[in-house]
Design a protein around this ligand. Structure first.
Ligand code: C2E
Ligand code: MG
Ligand code: MG
Length: 671
């Protein structure tokens, strides 16, 4: 390995590396001075040669200086060529060695030449020789300062013979010059030793610094990699995703290309983690990433942006191609995963959006893909890829208006609760009411909970709404006769943290309503989100004595295992199975099996959305006990509930009951 290449990898104690690096530094410092050295030598040589032209023979005044000039010229050309190349340690060492040898040879040559001339000159010319030797020695020492051995060789080579020659002449002037020269050269040797030691120290400290810098750079690169990488899957993480998205959009803005964004959310990943443990969950993710990469190839970049959320970034995307790939991904995820002895099945839903067709910037593109995903998940598109549409854009505008208005709303004044009766078909009794939220906004008019509850959930406002609604519902229910129950809808966010559960518990505790007469409804889709949190919340609430109902059953993805694990009291079969049940054999089959499932699990079962007598008849034949729907009553305002209860109480006499009349209003409250 070259000493110049990777100082970060070389240990501090590596002496050969230190010496190699010193040779390179010497070479580079020396190569800057070498042309100067040769020029000084030539100038000195030729002034002496010219001065002795008349006195000495021509081989001394012409041939030798020409030979010296050719030698110096050749060396100059060689150095000029080398100066452009940064040598490795070995080359530098060789070049310095050659320099040392040449310096020795040149010293002998010049010395011999000067001494040969000395005999031909008069006193002035002899002084010139002394001057020449002294000057040349000093110039050489200065210029060879970085190559200590060469400099010392020149010093000794010039200094000793010079002192001897002039010291032995017996001439006082020459002797003083010799002494003077010896002192100066001695001083110069001291300077040379100090300087070369400092130079070596400087080079070493620069090496250490370079190595530290290289280490820091390496560390920075590693930190950057870690900061941008998901350690489990090796994919880019959320941070890298947003940076890449921004970069892709900037490039697309310049070259007019398209960028496609897909947000993939896994369905059923959390239950895998909960059931089989995190090691299986991790193995599943690794296997999933392998599948994703096989489907998308190089065309689409994949990032892990959350626990079970991934982003797909397609530059220069063709809409059809992107949709096709997204469908391919969903199909690949649906295939079972074989993880050792465990076989796991999950699903994946993708929301897609395209720039610039549907959005103008990265934030908008992301929101739209996210909205498509959200719509796919709640609108029957689970396990599929849904592209953002114009209708979604309209919905998003409306939702944003609802969110803004909701943020500024006076919840106490604008929110109210209506109540829909829940009826026992078998005993034709009113058993309770479900509280349903209503929002009358001075700006937007009456807004349906189907619209504002999801917006409040997404905007993180649901907690405030639930508090107001629950207090109002409990306040109305407090005056109801003993056996009547109150059902209240909770959002997943209401049971998402111990704090929010504590808030619910304190509101229920502060009301005068007996918690044993309260049913809290959790939608089935909530279970998919984080089962362990739902479980913890349900257990805390059950501690109060409240009942727990699983709402909209049949629309979500909860497994029977989860339903079995939760300490549920009731299951509410979704309206979609009720509509036209009398004429739909499939719906009947589903309801029949759900009813028997509830019976087996010793749970009560409420069928939602009964609108017609035929439906009610069919349900009652299927063994349904509790129903709710427009057939009996639409949700009624709080102020009409008391009258409704009174009417129901008086409606059926025991005599009439025997005739089994089941018209609206023919209900009584059980004693
Ligand atoms: P949900 O809890 O399943 O409530 C039943 C919904 O079906 C209510 O709609 C009710 O008016 C409607 N419904 C009842 N019987 C019939 C029928 O025979 N036919 C038809 N077509 N519809 C019927 P609503 O009041 O618009 O509420 C919609 C959803 O909004 C609720 O579904 C519930 O998920 C949510 N929601 C309502 N109030 C609250 C609340 O206070 N908190 C939370 N978190 N969600 C609420
Ligand atoms: Mg409900
Ligand atoms: Mg429901």
């Amino acid at each position: 390995m070259s000493a110049s290449r990777d100082p970060a990898k070389t240990p501090d104690t590596d002496d050969s590396w230190r010496r190699g690096a010193l040779a390179i530094a010497q070479f580079s410092a020396f190569s800057k001075q070498i042309p100067l050295l040769y020029l000084i030598l030539l100038a000195n040589t030729w002034t002496v040669a010219v001065n002795f032209m008349q006195a000495a023979p021509s081989w001394l005044t012409v041939q030798v200086p020409v030979a010296i000039t050719l030698l110096c010229g050749a060396r100059l050309i060689k150095w000029a060529r080398n100066s452009r190349v940064r040598p490795d340690a070995e080359t530098a060492r060789k070049a310095l060695w050659t320099t040392q040898v040449l310096a020795g040879l040149l010293t002998i040559l010049l010395q011999a030449w000067a001494f040969a001339l000395f005999g031909y000159g008069n006193a002035y010319q002899q002084v010139h020789i002394a001057f020449f030797l002294g000057l040349t020695a000093i110039a050489c020492i200065f210029c060879l300062m970085h190559v200590r051995a060469a400099a010392l060789m020149v010093t000794v080579g010039f200094g000793v013979p010079f002192t001897m020659l002039f010291g032995l002449t017996g001439n006082t002037t020459f002797i003083s010059i010799a002494i003077n020269m010896a002192l100066v050269v001695g001083g110069m040797v001291c300077v040379l030793l100090i300087y070369s030691a400092d130079f070596a120290a400087l080079v070493h400290s620069r090496q250490v610094l370079e190595r530290k810098n290289a280490e820091t750079e390496k560390l920075n690169r590693e930190n950057l990699r870690l900061a941008n990488c998901d350690s489990l899957t090796g994919l880019g993480n959320r941070r890298l995703f947003f940076a890449s998205l921004e970069e892709a959009l900037t490039a697309a803005g310049t070259d007019g290309s398209r960028v496609g964004l897909g947000l993939l959310d896994l369905d059923g990943f959390k239950p895998v983690n909960d059931t089989f443990g995190h090691s299986v969950g991790d193995a599943l993710l690794a296997a999933l990433v392998e599948r994703l990469e096989a489907v998308v190839g190089d065309a689409i970049a994949i990032y892990r942006v959350g626990g079970d959320e991934f982003a797909l970034l397609a530059r220069g995307a063709e809409i059809e191609k992107l949709k096709e790939t997204a469908h391919g991904i969903c199909a690949a995820i649906r295939e079972p995963f074989y993880l050792g002895s465990t076989v796991v099945r999950i699903g994946g839903t993708i929301g897609l959006s395209i720039y610039p067709d549907q959005s103008e910037g990265s934030a908008e593109l992301y929101e739209q893909a996210d909205y498509s995903l959200y719509q796919a998940k709640r609108g029957g598109g689970r396990g599929e890829a849904w592209l953002f549409t114009k209708a979604y854009a309209e919905e998003m505008r409306r939702n944003s208006l609802i969110e803004q208005t909701l943020r500024g709303a006076n919840l106490e004044d604008e929110l109210s609760v209506v109540f829909q009766p829940i009826v026992s078909v078998a005993f034709r009794r009113l058993v309770g009411f479900e509280a349903l939220a209503r929002w009358t906004s001075p700006k937007l008019g009456v807004v349906s909970p189907a619209e504002f509850i999801p917006v409040a959930e997404r905007a993180g406002l649901i907690g405030g709404l639930t508090m107001v609604l629950l207090k109002k519902a409990l306040a109305v229910a407090e005056s109801w006769p003993q056996p009547l129950r109150l059902s209240f809808n909770l959002s997943i966010h209401d049971i998402g943290s111990p704090e929010s559960v504590m808030r619910l518990i304190s509101i229920i505790g502060a009301s005068g309503f007996n918690p044993k007469r309260l049913d809290l409804e959790i939608t089935e889709t909530a279970m998919v989100n984080d089962f362990s949190k739902v479980m913890a919340a349900v257990e805390s609430l059950k501690g109060l004595g409240v009942g727990i109902s699983l709402d909209d059953f049949g629309t979500g993805f909860s497994s029977l295992r989860q339903v079995h694990q939760l300490p549920l009291d009731k299951i509410k079969i979704d309206r979609s199975f009720t509509t036209g049940v009398h004429a739909n054999a499939n719906s009947r089959k589903i309801i029949r099996s759900l009813v028997s499932l509830c019976r087996d699990m010793e749970l009560s079962c409420i069928v939602e959305g009964v609108e017609t007598r035929e439906e009610l008849q069919a349900l009652s034949e299927l063994g349904c006990e509790l129903v709710q729907g427009y057939f009996y009553s639409r949700p009624i305002p709080a102020c009409e509930v008391a009258a409704f209860i009174d009417q129901a109480r008086q409606a059926v006499t025991p005599e009439e009951e025997r005739l089994a009349l089941t018209e609206p209003g023919e209900m009584r409250i059980s004693a």
